[in-house]
Design a protein around this ligand. Structure first.
Ligand code: CP
Length: 326
């Protein structure tokens, strides 16, 4: 692996390699092996041009648990606010000797630009770019689904073969503001590669342009989707009001009534169903507090699993000889 830029071009084999490596990382942490020496002497830079809580902290924890040195760079308070370009910032990181750059950027395609530019030798990990992709979020979501649906240790070979390595036949409903969601896009491509059946549930104004040409079922009614698709995974998305034009958004009461996971809908989920949310959550809008805090909810497991998945990604990218591409 050289860079991790998206899940659209990530092969099923590479995805499963990351998920299985994340199982090893999780197992090491359960054995109280908090710190592994794998990236000793390497430098990882967290380059964040947009706000983040979970992703930035999780990448920092992951790199430190692999014994890497970590430099946190936030565009706010840096020379970016004086107009410094991505190229000049990248060349500064090259001069510092960065081995890995974790980048979050409001512009779709910025991580790929950095990776392909030749400005920097480091491995690039996309931590969310515009409305394009958020690949490690999708990987940690898939990891969480594997563990919840097939048990921890999913993906580890046993006498029955490979059950639980992928998500073959699992029904996943992704609900809400799909139009602005890089999480939804990364999940769609990854879940398809892993054999899951994905349904988007959203008002027409919150579906991305071109979604009807993607490998996904579309429902406008959450009640109909829950009844017809009987999803084992219900992934609620944050309403991204900061990216939204008022014309696209039904009023909040109407949105919660039609597309929110409220207490009544929570009761109607199939027995084994889990409820996911990438965070941060708008409680009472896209998800009720009861749903967010219920036993079905994986919200905090997703955060915890994110560290193992990001450890796996950093390890595969930065340890030893890097391969030509992923
Ligand atoms: N899920 C996610 O990307 O959260 P943050 O914006 O807090 O990183």
């Amino acid at each position: 692996m050289r860079h991790l830029l998206d899940t659209r071009t990530l092969s099923r084999d590479d995805a499963i390699r990351i998920l299985d490596t994340a199982e090893d990382m999780a197992a090491a942490q359960q054995r109280e092996v908090k710190k592994l020496p794998a990236l000793r002497g390497k430098t990882v830079v967290n380059l964040f041009y947009e706000d983040s809580t979970r992703t930035r902290i999780s990448f920092e924890a992951a790199a430190k648990r692999l014994s890497a040195d970590v430099i946190n760079f936030s565009a706010k308070g840096s020379s970016v606010s004086k107009g410094e370009s991505l190229k000049d910032t990248a060349q500064t990181l090259q001069a510092i000797g960065a081995d890995g750059v974790v980048i979050r950027h409001p512009a779709s395609g910025a991580p790929e630009r950095l990776a392909r530019s030749g400005w920097i030798d480091a491995g690039v990990l996309n931590a969310g770019d515009g409305t394009h992709e958020h690949p490690t979020q999708a990987l940690l979501d898939a990891f969480t689904m594997r563990r919840r649906l097939f048990g921890s240790g999913a993906g580890v070979s046993d006498a029955s073969g490979s059950r639980g390595r992928d998500l073959d036949g699992v029904s996943v409903a992704i609900v809400g503001d799909v139009a602005h969601s890089r999480v939804a896009r990364s999940n769609l491509w990854l879940l398809n590669a892993l054999g899951a059946h994905v349904t988007f549930v959203a008002p027409e104004t919150l579906l991305p342009y071109g979604a009807r040409d993607w490998p996904v079922k579309i429902h406008h009614s959450l009640d109909a989707a829950l009844r017809d698709e009987r999803p084992e995974v219900v992934m609620m998305l944050r309403i991204q009001s900061e990216r939204m034009h008022a014309a696209f958004f039904p009023n909040e009461r109407e949105y919660a009534r039609n597309w929110g996971l409220d207490d009544a809908r929570l009761e109607r989920l199939v027995d084994e169903a889990i409820v996911m949310h990438p965070g941060p959550m708008n409680r009472g809008l896209e998800i009720s507090s009861r749903a967010a805090d219920s036993e079905r909810s994986t919200v905090l497991e997703q955060v915890a699993n994110g560290v193992s998945v990001r450890m796996a990604a950093l390890y595969l990218l930065l340890s030893g000889e890097r391969e030509a591409s992923i």
